[in-house]
Design a protein around this ligand. Structure first.
Ligand code: LLP
Length: 427
């Protein structure tokens, strides 16, 4: 699934999402424009929740995209949120999430962040020995912060395969291999300001091979056996993180949310039974797999530069400021012409951005129908980690975001203005 589930080519031959013609949206809201399809968000979120059933809970990883207008829809489907900063916490609370639906993660939380998370009633995910000291300072005497301890299970996945080395060399989590995980659990159990409610792990992002999650679950359950035997500790909750990959190109064929949950659920159930462990409640925190497929970006074509025999550059009115992923991760994207979304063949072009860097290329080679200045292009699967990682580089205001449903579009984040650029400047 590259496009949102409401993708349709309408009577005008235009690409339509959520019953809205993207050309009409571009005319009304300008470009670059992020368009989120409410039906897709709900469908993805609900699939995680229904696959999870009674086995545990689903948090949405807000780092993928955290506008309150978006979080509200996700929360309506029964998801909580994982946040990693005071900023994301504030966005989640403003979206109406309650503290007990929120986990606060991060490898270098400030004392202030820990205090805010505690006051909000969020659950902390302890990631590093320094946090034990901060808790001592920040949590009032006689009170305890609910917390999980983040473990590094030592599984390093990648898109095609995974290897179980390199686990030590991560800034996240307490490593099992060198004994730090066990020591952290001991510290947490003795800690006067902390109530240990479980263990947490996360092995990576954009993962297609679910065997990596299975392997991580087995490593975690082996640790649980050791903790039960030596410390008499059995966690009530076990966090398995996020990481489910999505399709960015036609060649990508990721597992579904249901498959992701079922693999982890059954690894937990069978693995606990086999080891004689009480089954902990499972906690997962998908980000990309909820937000990614629900969002598309609409750009307007401007300058076209031909270098005969070499390349045709088609420049759009956005680029690395609203989607850094091609530049940062070598991510590949598809694009279609809004007025002819299903045109086959076409000419080979490079879609460039408008930022002052040679590497500001959104798509290095793609076949598209003939393009002229003013034409609209739509890039699918941009709902996660695009606007969330957007910058004002080159003095570019961030794009507008609309949520579409049943032929209606509502602005959930307005286009930034030049005044917004100046808002924090001291003139
Ligand atoms: N939980 C933890 C502890 C995480 O670190 C992350 C992502 C998630 C959950 C959510 O993972 P997801 O389900 O979205 O894969 N900017 C990069 C992705 C960074 C992911 C960081 N952590 C990108 O654009 O590909």
């Amino acid at each position: 699934m590259l496009f949102p589930i409401t993708y349709r080519v309408n009577a005008r031959g235009h690409l339509e999402i959520g019953g809205c013609d993207l050309a009409d949206l571009a005319a009304a809201h300008g470009t670059p424009l992020f368009v989120y399809d409410e039906a897709t968000i709900r469908q993805r979120a609900a699939e995680f929740v229904s696959a999870m059933g009674e086995a545990g809970r689903v948090l949405y990883s807000a780092k993928a995209f955290a506008s309150p207008g978006f979080l509200r829809v996700v929360a309506e489907e029964g998801l909580g949120a994982d946040v990693v900063s005071a900023g994301e916490l504030e966005l989640a609370l403003r979206a109406g999430l309650k503290g007990d639906q929120i986990f606060f993660l991060g490898n270098n939380k400030s004392a202030q962040e820990i205090a805010l998370a505690y006051q909000a009633g969020a659950t902390l995910v302890i990631d590093g020995a320094y946090e034990f000291e901060l808790l001592q300072r920040v949590i009032p005497e006689g009170e305890r912060a609910r917390a999980l301890v983040r473990i590094s299970p030592g599984i390093k996945p990648d898109t095609h395969d995974f290897i179980s080395t390199g686990q030590l060399d991560s800034k996240f989590g307490f490593s099992i291999e060198n004994g730090q995980a066990r020591a952290a659990v001991e510290t947490a159990l003795r800690h006067p300001r902390l109530e240990l409610v479980g263990l947490h792990s996360h092995i990576g992002s954009q993962i297609f091979d679910l065997r990596a999650h299975q392997a991580a679950m087995d490593v975690m359950l082996d640790l649980l056996v050791e903790l039960k035997r030596d410390l008499g500790y059995e966690p009530a909750n076990l966090g398995a993180g996020g990481g489910l990959g999505i399709a960015y190109t036609k060649e990508d064929d990721p597992p579904t949310p249901r498959q992701f949950v079922e693999v982890i659920r059954s690894a937990l159930a069978a693995g606990s039974d086999r080891r004689g462990l009480k089954r902990p409640q499972l906690v997962i925190e998908p980000g990309r797999a909820v937000a990614g497929p629900a969002g598309v970006t609409v750009y307007t074509v401007g300058s076209i530069k031909d270098i005969p025999g070499v390349r045709r550059f088609v420049a759009v009115d956005g680029g690395m400021g609203d989607n850094i992923r091609p530049k940062l991760y070598g991510a590949r994207y598809e694009a279609v012409k809004v007025a002819e979304p299903e045109a086959a063949g076409g000419e080979l072009v490079t879609i460039a951005g408008k930022y002052c860097e040679s590497t500001d290329i959104l798509i290095s080679e793609i076949r598209l129908p003939p393009l002229q200045p003013g034409d609209l292009l739509c890039v699918p699967a941009t709902g996660a980690y695009c606007l969330a990682m957007a910058s004002n580089y080159n003095g570019m205001p961030r794009p507008e975001v609309v949520m579409v449903a049943a032929g209606q579009a509502r602005v959930i984040r307005r286009r930034e203005t030049l005044d917004d650029l100046l808002a924090a400047e001291v003139l």
